[in-house]
Write a protein that binds this ligand. Structure first.
Ligand SMILES: C[S@@+](CC[C@H](N)C(=O)[O-])C[C@H]1O[C@@H](n2cnc3c(N)ncnc32)[C@H](O)[C@@H]1O
Length: 280
């Protein structure tokens, strides 16, 4: 695992990402000296469906201002800020990529969310938290970088209190078929560990979870990318700069990554899947 994680972190590192985000938002008229969490939503939710997908996932959890929530693979912090703002919960994010942790921390400070969100660098497979520390955990589009799904589930089960819920929203494999790289989470097959819903269920139940609900979101994903394409085409036709979006966090080859992913989604080889797991 140790040999995989540095490569995964390198994949996500983008030089000067926070400034690029601020510049892109400023170019659309956002006052970046008075940034709100909402201003960031088009760029800080690094998964298919953006904030709508996070909202759909969180709506199925019973969170309150007393909840301690863990976001595994928290990226630049969009989902954590959304959970904290919408439920009042306190959210701890952990992520492998140091610069993402730094950006997440800085964006929370810029949006007045530091009191309810904190971000730490670390691996999902060895988290620096005591047993039974959290009421709920979420993971959005991270498991595709983690070959050891059993280890991921064991570690989530360890840090959740009994009865706690783990909400998974990962890209999963629905049927055999060739994948073309780069994809948003991996530039080559060496760093991509997409698994089937069966694999996730087996790892979860072995770790002591019960699967309480599951929903494939393939059609939603195809619509999300069609809407993104339409926005880009409209901007081009009108001679405008494209609106800031997920392309910013995906780097220079974002169009290729999105094209390859869209193809796998349209062929129903891959789909994002929600899975809700309750710890016994
Ligand atoms: C596609 S991004 C999703 C970020 C965030 N969950 C979101 O939806 O905005 C995947 C994230 O997973 C993190 N990651 C990958 N493998 C990890 C691991 N083993 N432990 C912790 N974080 C990991 C990456 O650093 C990256 O920030």
């Amino acid at each position: 695992m140790a040999s995989i994680e540095p490569g995964v972190a390198r994949h996500y590192e983008i030089e000067g990402l926070e400034q690029r985000i601020l510049d892109a938002l400023a170019a659309t008229g956002v006052d970046t000296d008075r940034l709100t969490a909402k201003d960031l939503q088009a760029v800080d939710e690094f998964h298919i469906g953006g904030v709508a997908a996070t909202e759909a996932l969180i709506d199925q959890l019973d969170l309150s201002s007393a909840s301690q929530v863990l976001d595994i693979g928290s990226g630049i912090g969009g989902p954590a800020r959304f959970v904290a703002a919408s439920s009042g919960a306190t959210v701890t994010g952990i992520d492998l990529t140091q610069s993402y942790v730094d950006i997440a921390t800085s964006l929370s400070a810029r949006t007045g969310m530091s009191g309810r969100t904190r971000f730490l660098q670390g691996s999902a497979l060895a988290m620096p938290f005591g047993d039974d520390s959290f009421d709920a955990a979420i993971i959005l589009h991270v498991g595709m970088n983690i070959p050891d799904k059993a280890g991921l589930m064991r570690e989530a089960a360890r840090v959740l209190r009994p009865g706690g819920v783990f909400a998974v929203y990962d890209v999963m494999r629905l049927k055999p078929g060739e994948l073309t790289y780069p994809l948003p989470w991996a530039s080559s097959a060496d760093f991509s560990f997409v698994a089937t819903p069966d694999d996730y269920r087996a790892a979860a139940t072995a770790a002591g979870f019960e699967v309480t609900a599951e929903r494939p979101r393939g059609a939603f994903a195809v619509e999300f990318f069609a809407a993104m394409r339409a926005r880009l085409q409209a901007a081009k036709a009108e001679g405008r700069n494209p609106p800031p979006g997920l392309g910013l966090v995906m780097g220079g080859d974002a169009p290729t990554k999105i094209g390859n992913l869209t193809q796998a989604l349209e062929n129903a080889i891959l789909a994002p899947v929600e899975m809700f797991l309750r710890l016994h």
